[in-house]
Design a protein around this ligand. Structure first.
Ligand code: IMP
Ligand code: MG
Length: 189
């Protein structure tokens, strides 16, 4: 594939969430989180790289004091376009989270394996509280139960991209969230 990426218009299936709708929902979540953590100090943890755009926008709607840290995970051992739940930590937190209110911000929950793994790992560090905010939820795909406290949008069982979420590391900069026709994508790449 190399550097010559396709134009997304060649394989887009449909726009699932447009820019305006994302903006409104992210503002609502920011208000809700600010309200729920009233009087408390929060550590927002961005799960790189998919959670990048969402975290940047969400935190700018927070009206409570908070700090920010990042983690990078990758799952290995299965298909290229699905997660296996064998999670490797590429970049760990800089912050000692013991006694802190931690809010994990993730792009998508699918099988639930990635989040289940990271939650289990972070719980051993004894945070005061640990909650999860996901942009997108593929509810019907869940294989492992995970408590997700805040959800942006439910999405169907399709490969999605845009607004931080990639296909082969590209298209994260798109301002909307779309589904991809992976047959078309594979065919022409
Ligand atoms: P889970 O471990 O099965 O819940 O998968 C969650 C992870 O898989 C997310 O962090 C995403 O990185 C990735 N993922 C799941 N579905 C999609 C998708 O449709 N597009 C891009 N990444 C996805
Ligand atoms: Mg991810």
């Amino acid at each position: 594939m190399g550097l010559a990426m396709q134009d997304y218009r060649e394989f887009i299936d449909e726009i699932l969430v447009d820019e305006n709708t994302i903006g409104k929902r992210v503002a609502e979540l920011g208000a809700q989180i600010s309200n729920d953590y009233q009087g408390q100090i929060l550590l927002v943890v961005c799960l790189l790289r998919g959670g990048l755009m969402f975290t940047a926008d969400l935190t700018r709607h927070l009206t409570i004091p908070h700090s920010l840290d990042c983690m990078s995970l990758s799952s290995y051992g299965m298909g290229h376009y699905s997660s296996s739940g064998n999670v490797r930590v590429n970049l760990d937190l800089m912050t000692n989270i013991e006694g802190l209110n931690v809010l994990l911000v993730e792009d998508i929950v699918d099988s639930g394996r990635t989040l289940a793994h990271v939650l289990q790992m972070l719980k051993t560090r004894e945070p005061r509280s640990l909650k999860v905010c996901v942009l997108l939820d593929k509810k019907y795909r869940r294989e492992v139960p995970v408590d997700v406290d805040y959800v942006g949008f439910d999405v169907p069982d399709k490969y999605v991209f845009g607004y931080g979420i990639d296909i082969d590391e590209h298209f994260r900069n798109l301002r909307f969230i779309a589904s991809a026709d992976m047959q078309k994508y594979k065919k022409s790449s």
